[in-house]
Write a protein that binds this ligand. Sequence first.
Ligand SMILES: NC(=O)c1ccc[n+]([C@@H]2O[C@H](COP(=O)([O-])OP(=O)(O)OC[C@H]3O[C@@H](n4cnc5c(N)ncnc54)[C@H](OP(=O)(O)O)[C@@H]3O)[C@@H](O)[C@H]2O)c1
Length: 297
Amino acid sequence: MRVLVLGASGYVGSAVAEQLTDAGHQVVELVRPGRSGQAEQAGGRERRIGDLTDPGSLTASVTPDIDALVHLASPTGDAATDAAAVDALTAPLRGTGRAFVYTSGVWVLGATGAATADETAATDPIPIVANRPDIERRVLATGADGVRASVVRPGIVHGRGGGIPALLVELARKHGAPRIVGDEGVRWPAVHVDDLADLFVKVVGQALAGTVWHGVSEPAVPVRELAAAAGQAAGVQAEPEVWPLAEAAAELGASFAEALALDQSVSGDAAREQLGWRPQAPDAVTDLRSGSYRARS
Ligand SMILES: NC(=O)c1ccc[n+]([C@@H]2O[C@H](COP(=O)([O-])OP(=O)(O)OC[C@H]3O[C@@H](n4cnc5c(N)ncnc54)[C@H](OP(=O)(O)O)[C@@H]3O)[C@@H](O)[C@H]2O)c1
């Protein structure tokens, strides 16, 4: 398939573009105006110019030769702009059965409490992702209009020394002790970026219209363990310390700090059972303690 990827220069998007290519698909990257390469061939990949803030550029990039579209660009933060972008991207796909995969995230579920949330759980978004359930609904509704639309909600992504776990390493180094935002008992659903990329390949190839998938291989990793491992990666001896939410908010911003303090348990079993997804990469604690983060320190 010829797959248009938005966000192919990003942390998750670059891994997805790589694995789509490895699986035999032809990746076309959508890049923002002014970014390197523009419309030239880059590493064998065709590039098209577009921006989430310019709906016309998005619709124009979805030409009839594009078989599937994966939206891995970061949201702009403006609800109307992000909704208009989805409408512009899906307009050319209506009535064609072509695939559209939208990337959301597990933060739309809010705090899960003792239960483990699967894809049937109601959304209860925290402020940083307040408009995402509406976008998810918008995307899924196109399924009734001939788009093979689906939503992937990744957990906290780790691997290749990047993502939020890299921030834990940075914080440990900066403060001289690993930091746990908010509460010692917080748990994060996690997934390795390579396993997540494999899930995207499966969703592009197999998912039915109107489906939601949790990109989560570990439902509830204690952040205390992640922080301790981040401290080891940073070469810091001190034990993890709880960082009061207000103090973390002052340094990281209120909505991001609140997200880091979110306690969740989330299941990714549906993708294993229905798409044959088999996560194989190291778990998040091992990755931090002795894997890709260690290599960076
Ligand atoms: N990382 C995680 O742990 C995680 C967890 C759950 C969900 N997610 C979601 O996954 C998606 C990708 O996350 P990420 O961590 O890979 O982000 P990232 O590394 O920041 O990459 C963002 C990508 O979006 C592109 N982009 C940003 N603004 C754009 C715009 N206005 N128009 C077109 N492209 C634009 C960037 O292109 P430039 O090179 O031009 O900046 C970049 O390729 C996001 O929706 C994020 O919320 C991530």
